[in-house]
Design a protein around this ligand. Structure first.
Ligand SMILES: NC(=O)c1ccc[n+]([C@@H]2O[C@H](COP(=O)([O-])OP(=O)(O)OC[C@H]3O[C@@H](n4cnc5c(N)ncnc54)[C@H](OP(=O)(O)O)[C@@H]3O)[C@@H](O)[C@H]2O)c1
Length: 241
């Protein structure tokens, strides 16, 4: 059987790094991308026998996204699975525009550049699997981090649209929307409700991707929080939160 060819964007830390460990240990031919190369290179060095590629990429530069992904495809030969983990989130209670702009650049502009390139590539290849880490945060606006929650809602809606396009194309193109609750990575240090480690999250994400799930809550019990968010009337939500 030929090895799966996997691209992970945002593989230098957090869930992307933990996923890179899993895919490399599964023997997949892997390309790891982010702005910081050193941790990805160090990880890939543990698997010297496997074909792997480490590239620097800032997703906020769309021309670079196209160039690097084209180069990566050439190196790997093709792409079976692209996992987009790159993201940026901060609370911003004072609506500092520079903070909002950073999240829009990464989570909206950068995300769109990556998923548009990938979807077009999969259409051309007539198959493929795109998985993106969005968030439970995308299900309702939040007064502490309006830009972050809104950018995640954008991602969720965009993936819904791509899934619809994939179904209409009748091609085996799969879209997986991964929605974590709290994961113990840099953006939210300290103990939080139902928080898991990046490694635990990555194990659940891997399983969801292998099952080609359309939507996966991480950890799975976060689906109950998602359900509550959808069912609770706005007036009650505003009182509690
Ligand atoms: N942690 C949580 O509780 C949580 C919950 C729900 C959803 N999420 C989402 O999960 C995703 C992964 O986050 P994480 O928690 O694993 O955090 P993380 O450790 O900060 O990882 C973020 C990754 O994105 C990369 N990245 C950021 N900006 C980039 C850019 N402009 N170009 C290329 N790569 C970029 C970072 O690499 P470089 O800085 O080296 O470029 C890093 O590899 C994010 O979308 C986040 O919003 C996190």
């Amino acid at each position: 059987m030929t090895a799966k060819k996997v691209v992970i964007i945002g593989a230098s830390s957090g869930m992307g790094y933990a996923l890179a460990q899993i895919y490399l240990s599964q023997g997949c031919h892997t390309a790891l991308l982010a702005r910081t190369i050193a941790p990805m290179q160090a990880l890939a060095n543990h698997f010297p026998a496997l074909p792997h590629y480490v590239h620097q990429l800032d997703v906020c530069q769309p021309a670079l996204v196209n160039k690097v992904l084209t180069e990566v495809t050439h190196n790997l030969g093709s792409i079976d699975l692209l996992i987009h983990c790159a993201g940026y989130g901060e609370v911003n209670p004072h609506l500092d525009f520079a903070v909002e702009e950073g999240m829009i650049e990464t989570n909206v502009k950068g995300f769109t550049a990556v998923v548009d390139w990938t979807f077009q590539y999969f259409l051309q290849q007539q198959k493929g699997h795109l998985a993106v880490i969005t968030s439970v945060a995308g299900l309702h606006g939040d007064r502490h981090a309006p830009g972050y929650f809104a950018s995640k809602a954008y991602q969720i809606s965009y993936l819904q649209a791509l899934h619809h396009r994939a179904r209409k194309s009748q091609l085996p193109i799969f879209i997986t929307d991964i929605r974590p609750g709290f994961v113990d990575t840099k953006p939210i240090e300290g103990k939080r409700f139902w928080m898991c480690s990046a490694e635990t999250a990555a194990r659940y994400i891997f399983r969801a991707i292998e099952r080609r799930k359309r939507i996966a809550y991480i950890t799975p019990r976060w689906k109950w929080v998602a359900l509550a968010i959808k069912l609770v009337p706005d007036a009650l939500y505003e009182k509690i939160m």
